[in-house]
Design a protein around this ligand. Structure first.
Ligand SMILES: [Zn+2]
Length: 420
């Protein structure tokens, strides 16, 4: 067997192997994104009158929507596939066997649709009798974290993963179910040139494809008079935009440059594995600390209805929205991920400074595993007030980005919103 394996002959070959291995091990860091998208979305859209005034949208089952529109939808999805192939450079083509074909069988129709858009076909999509536009958007913005993108790669051990054409999972552990959604919820567009040369799979991330597809479905639904699905698909799309505002989702290893990464890879190659493993664990811990902090502190403000909270104010703050210009097809990459990557090193530094060293600087500690029920806020109790305020202001800035990009995206489909 060894005879059939091309030997690694040192130089770039071995280096490449080392770096691949280093990045391949980053999977634990990819487990989550912002916690509680719905809670943040609710704040972000609370001042948008076009959404708030739509107080009752009749619910419609997915089967009902598909039965009414299947012929036009077949054309729409064919056109969408063409667009994605032309405009997304690393887009994995949808296999022809998955083309959406109309049928009179409602259950089969739903299955065919879910397979055509290549989401987890085992999910059930419940719909209420009626709901406000705001509530549909809030719930839908959390849905992509509830299984939509799980098990889609051929080595995830699912039957559909073998048929979907996404190939092998580009990074992370393919056997961790939540890890398998990571390539759909992260986008690395601002890494050093060398990183792409050594780890080309860093380009195999798919949130832009999801955003375009779900936005197209949203507009189509509004145009055809299915407001419920218009809002729901729009909510799905904003999830991926919101994920980009988390710096650990737009940057492979915040806080360390590619030269150091390379060095860790070299050490690893020569048998000194500890520095690499330690770095991976630190990134993971900081990623998780940020999300836990965000979830706890925003929830505290929401529960207390604290209108003075700078976090809630930041999520609602609309005065910067226009600075980003109007939404367009390259917006998520050029505006959202770019901005988030810009703040990645600062994010890493302030986490290191603010939180207990045990959590953010000790690789033998595994955040949320070593102490599963850990609470972040109590640990900051004795921190000097100015340092606490500095961390909160930093998060508020990220929340401001979250709010602006959420609204700018929704504004782009707003002309289709209906008064129901
Ligand atoms: Zn996500």
């Amino acid at each position: 067997m060894a005879d059939n394996t091309p030997p690694l002959r040192g130089g770039l070959g071995e280096l490449k192997y080392a770096i691949l291995f280093l990045w391949g091990c980053l999977s634990p860091s990819f487990a989550h994104a912002w916690s509680e998208h719905g809670m943040l979305t609710a704040e972000a859209i609370s001042g948008v009158s076009e959404i708030q005034k739509v107080t009752s949208v009749p619910g419609e089952s997915l089967a009902g929507f598909l039965q009414a529109e299947q012929d036009t939808l077949m054309k729409l999805l064919a056109a969408e596939e063409g667009w994605l192939r032309r405009h997304q450079s690393h887009y994995p083509k949808r296999p022809d066997a998955l083309i959406f074909v109309p049928t009179d069988d409602a259950d089969l129709l739903v299955k065919r649709f879910l397979r055509a858009i290549r989401v987890n076909p085992e999910l059930q999509f419940q719909t209420p009798a009626a709901a406000s536009a705001k509530d549909i958007l809030i719930a839908a913005s959390d849905e992509p974290d509830q299984g939509l993108d799980i098990g889609l790669f051929e080595n995830n051990g699912t039957a559909f993963g073998k048929e979907y054409g996404f190939g092998k999972q580009p990074f992370g552990n393919p056997l961790l179910s939540y890890g398998s959604q990571a390539p759909f919820h992260m986008g690395f567009y601002n890494e050093a040139w060398l990183s792409y040369q050594l780890a080309g799979y860093l380009r195999r991330t798919y949130p832009e494809f999801r955003i375009h597809l779900f936005r197209t479905l949203s507009e189509f639904s509004f145009q055809k008079g299915h407001a419920y699905w218009g809002y729901r698909f729009a909510g799905w799309a904003i999830h991926y935009i919101q994920d980009f505002t988390q710096p650990y989702h737009s940057t492979v290893v915040p806080g360390i440059g590619s030269a150091r990464l390379l060095w860790l890879g070299v050490l690893d190659l020569f048998g000194n594995n500890e520095p690499k493993a330690d770095q991976v664990q630190l990134v993971t811990n900081r990623h998780l600390v940020l999300e836990k902090y965000e979830a706890e502190i925003v929830k505290e403000a929401v529960t207390a209805k604290n209108s003075k909270s700078i976090l809630l104010q930041a999520l609602r703050e609309m005065s910067y929205d226009e600075d980003y210009g109007r939404y367009y097809d390259g917006y998520a990459r050029a505006k959202v991920a770019f901005e988030s990557n810009w703040f990645a090193n600062d994010t890493d530094a302030i986490l290191e400074k603010t939180f207990p060293a045990k959590w953010v600087s000790d690789p033998s500690y595994h955040f949320s595993i070593t102490e599963p029920d850990i609470q972040v806020l109590p640990a900051l109790k004795d921190l000097p007030a100015d340092q606490k305020a500095e961390m909160e202001e930093f998060l508020a800035n990220l929340m401001r980005h979250f709010g602006s990009h959420t609204r700018n995206f929704l504004k782009s489909v707003q002309s289709y919103f209906q008064n129901s």
